[in-house]
Design a protein around this ligand. Structure first.
Ligand SMILES: Nc1ncnc2c1ncn2[C@@H]1O[C@H](COP(=O)(O)OP(=O)(O)OP(=O)(O)O)[C@@H](O)[C@H]1O
Length: 426
């Protein structure tokens, strides 16, 4: 039980791509920011300094490396750097010191005891937080939608989960995880542009002068800019392009003629204009048809596309609709009916145009005929809401009066050790 000063609790939701943080009880995160840090590598007094502020990372800098704060599974790899990241984020976004705030942390859906213990230890020992709570993303998303039992389909930047939640608890044994998310579509679109001979140039690599109708691009000397800094900027450009152009087809792409898909015109920051046709549907189709079907289609187009070795682990993934039914089938027979009628799509990747309606359609085809199937996002569809459902659930939970006795306090930690997190935060 935490009985400290009356400071609102803070919800911290660190995704592999985006971090959301803000006060419990508020509708929206105070800050939605990149899960990347920058490190100054030039010789001198500032060498090794960690930059966490996104506009400062974006700022044109030589001798500057950019790296993610969590790995592609959503786990912190360098706790020292993470501590700096968290301290700065709280200070800059909420004007708050870590020692003042009860922290409600979201965590990936797959239970990882070692990571929880380490996180608990660091937060209490090094960050001196007064109390904390750790809760799975799927559980919080279900709270955000006012449900305590549902099947959460969470598709973010690097992973896609089908996670059944029953009466506020995730069913670990029936949760499925696939290492695929929005980053797959981004990388395929980048490959597509390369194959068309369209290079993506980061903004710092050229100067642009506009004279009436004419735009002049002059390349700049990029010596000193690191590869990670370049990749960070290119990823952003590709992501904006992806979020505008991608479309989920209403029927399987194999049954559709790619050339009949309406093309989309786009202009890169350096003024290069091009059109993308059926490929805008082809790559997101991976979420409904799996990697093999996409590769077959890519081979038909005659391009030099091959499944790279890194993607071989996706061979078992044949579509989110199958992930959902498989996950439900692994849950107890008694609750399957309720899960089928409460399917929640969340995570930024589900924002792709057409995703939700295709999901509903596919599920109707494969789910048992006698059951009601309902897939929804329960949100109005704004980007923040889709990507921030874990934050919203944490915001609701953290502000409930009945929750206040559930905090894991520093005193309890000192008396029982980090292992108590397993009991306090099931
Ligand atoms: N409108 C959109 N169309 C397509 N993709 C989108 C759209 N909006 C966001 N995304 C994608 O969603 C992904 C980010 O989703 P989200 O913020 O849920 O991920 P995350 O929580 O950081 O990652 P993870 O779930 O892997 O930890 C990015 O790949 C982003 O490009």
């Amino acid at each position: 039980m935490y009985a400290g000063d009356d400071v609102s609790s803070v919800v911290v939701d660190v995704g592999t791509h985006t971090t959301r943080l803000g006060y419990a009880g508020e509708d929206q995160p105070q800050s939605i920011t990149s899960s990347q840090i920058g490190i100054i590598t030039e010789e001198g007094d500032r060498s090794g300094e960690i930059i966490t502020d996104e506009p400062k990372i974006d700022y044109e800098r030589k001798n500057f490396e950019v790296e993610p704060i969590v790995n592609t599974d959503g786990y912190i790899t360098d706790f020292d750097k993470f501590q700096v990241y968290l301290e700065n984020k709280l200070k800059n976004s909420l004007q708050l010191d870590l020692t003042e705030a009860p922290l409600l942390f979201t965590e990936p859906n797959m239970h990882n005891k070692d990571h929880r213990l380490k996180l608990t230890e660091i937060l209490f020992e090094k960050c001196n937080v007064p109390c904390l709570f750790i809760c799975k993303n799927a559980v919080l998303s279900s709270f955000a939608c006012g449900k305590s039992t549902c099947l959460v389909l969470d598709s973010g930047h690097n992973s896609t989960y089908a996670a059944p939640v029953f009466e506020g608890y995730i069913l670990n044994g029936s949760t499925l995880k696939y290492k695929i998310g929005g980053s797959y579509v981004s990388s395929k679109l980048h490959e597509y542009l390369k194959n068309k001979g369209i290079s993506v140039n980061p903004r710092y690599s050229f100067t642009k002068t506009v004279d009436g109708e004419n735009t002049k691009i002059t390349p700049k000397d990029v010596t000193g800019f690191t590869d990670s800094y370049r990749d960070y900027h290119i990823e952003k450009i590709i992501r904006f392009f992806k979020e505008e152009c991608s479309l989920v087809s209403d029927i399987p792409i194999a049954e559709k003629k790619l050339e009949n898909i309406k093309s989309f015109e786009y202009e890169l920051p350096d003024g290069k204009k091009f059109e993308i046709g059926g490929e805008r549907c082809l790559y997101p189709e991976v979420f409904f048809s799996g990697v093999d079907v996409i590769n077959q289609e890519l081979q038909k187009t005659g391009g030099d596309f091959q499944m790279d070795e890194d993607n071989s682990h996706l061979k078992g993934f044949i579509g989110v609709q199958h992930a959902i039914t498989e996950s439900i089938n692994q849950a107890d027979l008694d609750i399957r009916k309720e899960l089928y009628s409460n399917i929640l799509a969340t995570g930024g990747n589900c924002m792709t145009q057409g995703f939700l309606s295709r999901l509903q359609k596919e599920l109707l085809e494969i789910a048992p005929q006698n059951l009601r199937v309902k897939a929804s996002s329960s949100h109005s569809g704004s980007v923040t809401e889709y990507c921030a459902s874990s934050f919203t659930g944490g915001s609701i939970l953290g502000s409930l009066g009945s929750f206040q006795q559930m905090w894991f306090s520093k005193q309890e930690y000192e008396e029982n050790g980090a292992i108590m997190v397993e009991r306090k935060c099931p």
